[in-house]
Design a protein around this ligand. Structure first.
Ligand code: NAD
Ligand code: TYD
Length: 339
């Protein structure tokens, strides 16, 4: 299916902005409106090079009047806007319920009234809880919901409401639940960009103890291609799980890979106090999107990681002011270095 007028929420954040860049390049004939509140995680500078090709509206997805205005005439909504950082959800959980659960509800209600042709909801594998380290099963589209942080619980709430609008009102929706993304324009608070930036600044990687937690890393470009395929060929009402090629890689292994790529000694890792309620392992089975839509990641984790390090080396003016804010968050929230 071809769309002509897209509303992209959260398009000034990490994944949303990569998607806006991707869409402008691959579907230049389409009209894009970005709605973004520009929270600490939203950055207009990320969209600078394409600012003449999109309509940018600064605003909150919870603002019903504004949402109705920007959604009028749109065929497809791609919904990224959310509070996205688990550590912040531990310190300030209400804002997560507000933006992620209630904000999504406002968008759904407006989409229903305006008879939008497609509402695609970006969600996370974290709604499924975590997997014991020793287990070899993975999350898939049939996994039960068992969120453990205020962040993942608020995302789970939004997924349920999206499905309720499909079931009750026939809203034409699709959902994708993806694993941890990484790549350009990733806010410095998250593990991979934070570690690269700290190393570039002569600081050590801060590894949450004991460092054996496992994530399934998905490059943001691969994720954007997956969303495109779901929009073009996905079945209405369906959910697709999207993950990467980095199977079973622990945080400490990621840290060692970064040190190797950056040619730095092994002692540049510092263990710090762990996050309360830390999910030990995520792993996503992406067989469905592979079989039904022909999607697969384009490069290995190591190849994408090298490119990501390169990007952070070459784009210091983008991350420098943001890294300061991000490190301040960690300092004031009491991260403790373990001796
Ligand atoms: P991000 O924090 O980098 O960006 C979020 C964007 O949403 C920011 O531009 C922010 O200003 C905007 N925003 C926040 N609240 C808003 C509101 N109330 N109204 C309007 N705009 C608002 O997040 P991200 O990493 O790009 O994540 C995008 C989406 O993908 C989220 O829904 C997240 O749950 C999901 N996701 C992310 C990852 C990941 O690894 N980053 C993994 C799985 C799923
Ligand atoms: P993060 O990027 O915050 O994503 P999420 O918690 O949503 O998976 O963290 C990824 C993993 O890295 C997680 O296990 C926590 C860990 N971590 C660190 O060890 N050090 C850090 O400085 C950060 C930010 C995260």
């Amino acid at each position: 299916m071809n769309y002509m007028k897209l509303l992209i929420t959260g398009g000034a954040g990490f994944i949303g902005s990569n998607f806006v860049h991707y869409w402008v390049k691959t579907h230049p004939e389409d009209e894009i409106t970005v709605l973004d509140k520009l929270t600490y995680a939203g950055n207009l500078s990320t969209l600078d090079s394409i600012k003449d090709k999109i309509n940018f509206v600064e605003g909150d997805i919870i603002d019903e009047e504004l949402v109705a205005k920007v959604m009028t005439g749109v065929d497809c909504v791609v919904h990224f806007a959310a509070e996205s950082h688990v550590d912040r959800s531990i310190h300030d959980p209400y804002v997560f319920t507000r933006s992620n659960a209630l904000g999504t509800h406002v968008l759904l209600e407006t989409a229903r009234r305006l008879k939008i042709s497609r509402f695609h909801h970006i969600s996370t594998d974290e709604v499924f809880g975590d997997i014991p380290l020793e287990a070899d099963w993975k999350f898939n589209e049939d996994s039960s919901y068992k969120p453990s942080s205020p962040y993942s619980a608020s995302k789970a709430g939004s997924d349920h409401m999206v499905r309720a609008y499909a079931h009750t009102f026939g809203l034409p929706i699709t959902i994708s639940n993806c694993s941890n993304n990484f790549g350009p324009y990733h806010y410095p608070e998250k593990f991979i960009p934070r570690s690269i930036i700290r190393l570039l600044q002569g600081e050590n990687i801060r590894l949450y103890t004991p460092g054996n937690q496992v994530r399934d890393w998905l490059h943001v470009n691969d994720h954007c291609r997956a969303i495109d395929l779901i929009l073009q060929k996905g079945k209405l009402g369906e959910t697709y799980c999207v993950g990467g090629l980095a199977k079973g890689i622990s945080n400490i292994e990621v840290a060692h890979k970064l040190l190797k790529i950056m040619d730095l000694p092994e002692d540049r890792i510092e263990l710090v106090t762990d996050r309360p309620g830390h999910d030990v392992k995520y792993d996503v089975d992406w067989t469905k999107i592979n079989k039904e839509l022909g999607w697969e990641p384009q490069h290995t984790f190591d190849e994408w990681l090298e490119q990501t390090v390169e990007w952070y080396k070459n784009n210091q003016s983008w991350w420098k002011p943001l890294a300061e804010e991000s490190e301040q968050f960690y300092q004031t929230k009491g991260e403790e270095v373990l001796k």
